[in-house]
Ligand binder design. Structure first.
Ligand SMILES: Cc1cc2nc3c(=O)[nH]c(=O)nc-3n(C[C@H](O)[C@H](O)[C@H](O)COP(=O)(O)OP(=O)(O)OC[C@H]3O[C@@H](n4cnc5c(N)ncnc54)[C@H](O)[C@@H]3O)c2cc1C
Length: 477
């Protein structure tokens, strides 16, 4: 007698997420909220990935501490507050940063328990598309099965092929968050977001900071007006820039680093410093995943996993999100993609508007941007109008002595729809949310001008820039 019954393997999980950064942990929580049986594998002993452990959170903790010191040293006197014997206790600053990280990563442990997500500590790798092996720190292995996999393994700092990062004197952002002392002279290779943020920390604490950047502008992907203004402000704060200069080497004798570079005219130059931070971007991380076991290949440049518009890889049921796939390497982009894939697996029809993912630089003043830059609009041949408002004309900014910077609004010439908002100024990182909301609802510049903005607030500058864009009728300039 033949048995015609089909046998199905019972999968332990509906979804296994590999990696617990902002992409992975948000994906896991959203999957669990949607009733999917979910596990998350993390190779490190704490959850939260780059962002919580060695990225967004610790850098912002040090940025805040150094900003307090900088204000105490430079602006308190004008506010009528006199301090004597002001000193930096750098050890305490780093300790507080570590406490913030511990609280934040601990929060993810709590959220996983609350949402009944099973966590595995170890390196996750594919045996086949439904079977994941977890290799733990002690070498033991466990195999788990699943219907779907979300790869959220993030990224790691990249370097230049001829540079040896010794992690002592020639460092990446990870070591820059844990230095034993404030450098006397820090050379930054790269004038992008991560370098400038950490460079600001040490410049505020008294280090000489020199930036050597290959491009002719810092933060080169943002609107050029922002990079020009940020450079001006950072120069006032004492940071020196070598733009258009090409680094050719960096060597350390254990105490001193020599960075060599060519000027735009080809002159050979060098800087000597006690630390050199290589901040030339990040590269997708897929080591040890065993992608070859299921036939997934990575792009030659950037090592990113190729995905379709649903963030699905070439293998059905295997998705990838966050820094490991195309697009901006930002925590909130990773989070949005985590939610997107979870909802997709649960049968919903989610949506991400990649054009409206804001970008922020947490220097002071802060820089924030959403939508098209002026350069992009010119390239696309879109007819647009501009409205700007400087913070020096804002009562709120004068009250807090934060008068550097401006808000710039780009709106469609014919329809007045807001196409891009670019700002540098106090609390720009928080203010950009207003622009994102307005643009998600496809507001016109005039729509924003007709909405009440509390006075006095920094956000009035957005309304004024919209007024300037609408009919050149800003009130306060
Ligand atoms: C100094 C610095 C400051 C930053 N500041 C900001 C900021 O202010 N705002 C912002 O939006 N972004 C910021 N970023 C970028 C942000 O941290 C990343 O975009 C974000 O962390 C990407 O999230 P992810 O989930 O894709 O990956 P990650 O956060 O990199 O997480 C990936 C996780 O996967 C784990 N993993 C990898 N392989 C395996 C495996 N095989 N098995 C198990 N686990 C594995 C890793 O250990 C890691 O925990 C900053 C980055 C740095 C370095």
């Amino acid at each position: 007698m033949t048995n015609n019954k089909k046998f199905y393997t019972v999968m332990q999980y509906d979804v296994i997420v590999i990696g617990s950064g902002p992409g992975g942990y948000v994906a896991a929580i959203r999957c669990a909220q949607l009733g999917l049986k979910t596990a998350c594998i993390e190779k490190y002993s704490t959850f939260g990935g780059t962002c919580l452990n060695v990225g967004c959170i610790p850098s912002k903790a040090l940025l805040d501490s150094s900003e307090h010191y900088h204000n105490a040293a430079h602006t308190f006197k004008t506010h009528g507050i006199n301090l004597e014997n002001l000193q930096v206790d750098f050890g305490q600053m780093v300790k507080r940063k570590d406490e913030v990280v511990a609280q934040t990563t601990g929060g993810i442990t709590f959220l996983f328990k609350k949402n009944k997500i099973t966590s595995y500590q170890g390196v996750g790798s594919f045996v086949d598309k439904n079977t994941i092996k977890v290799t733990k720190a002690d070498g033991s292995e466990e195999t788990i099965t699943t219907k779907n996999v979300i790869i959220a393994t993030g990224s790691k700092p990249s370097s230049l092929p001829f540079l040896k990062v010794d992690k002592q004197r020639i460092i990446t952002s990870t070591e820059a968050l844990n230095l034993p002392e404030v450098p006397k002279h820090l050379v930054l290779i790269g004038g992008g977001v991560i370098g400038l943020e950490l460079g600001s920390v040490y410049a505020r604490l008294g280090a000489k900071v020199s930036v050597v950047e290959f491009m002719d502008a810092i933060i080169p992907t943002m609107d050029r007006s922002l990079s020009k203004e940020l450079q001006k402000v950072l120069q006032k704060q004492g940071i020196e820039f070598y733009l258009g200069h090409k680094v050719t080497g960096a060597t350390s004798d254990g105490n001193e680093v020599t960075v060599t570079f060519d000027s735009p005219k080809g002159d050979k130059m060098e800087l000597k410093a006690d630390y050199c931070m290589v901040a030339v971007g990040r590269v997708a991380y897929t080591d040890g995943l065993g992608l070859e076991n299921i036939g997934i290949t990575v792009e030659e440049r950037g090592k990113k996993i190729t995905v379709d518009e649903h963030l699905e890889t070439s293998v059905k049921g295997v998705y990838a999100i966050g820094d490991v796939v195309r697009g901006a390497m930002l925590a909130h982009k990773a989070e949005d993609e985590g939610t997107f894939v979870a909802e997709l697996i649960a049968g919903q029809k989610p949506h991400i508007n990649y054009n409206l993912i804001p970008g922020v630089v947490y220097t002071w003043p802060e820089v924030a941007s959403v939508g098209y830059t002026e350069e992009q609009l010119k390239e696309k041949g879109v007819k647009y109008k501009t409205g700007s408002f400087p913070f020096k004309a804002s009562g709120r900014a004068r009250a807090s002595m934060d008068i550097d910077g401006f808000v710039k609004v780009l709106a469609d010439q014919a329809t007045d729809e807001i196409l891009g908002v670019h700002m540098i100024g106090p609390r720009a990182a928080d203010m950009i949310a207003e622009a994102v909301v307005a643009m998600e609802f496809r507001a016109s510049a005039e729509d924003v001008t007709r909405m009440s903005h509390a006075h006095p607030t920094f956000t009035e500058a957005i309304r004024e820039a919209c007024l300037a864009a609408t009919e050149n009728r800003a009130i306060h300039i």
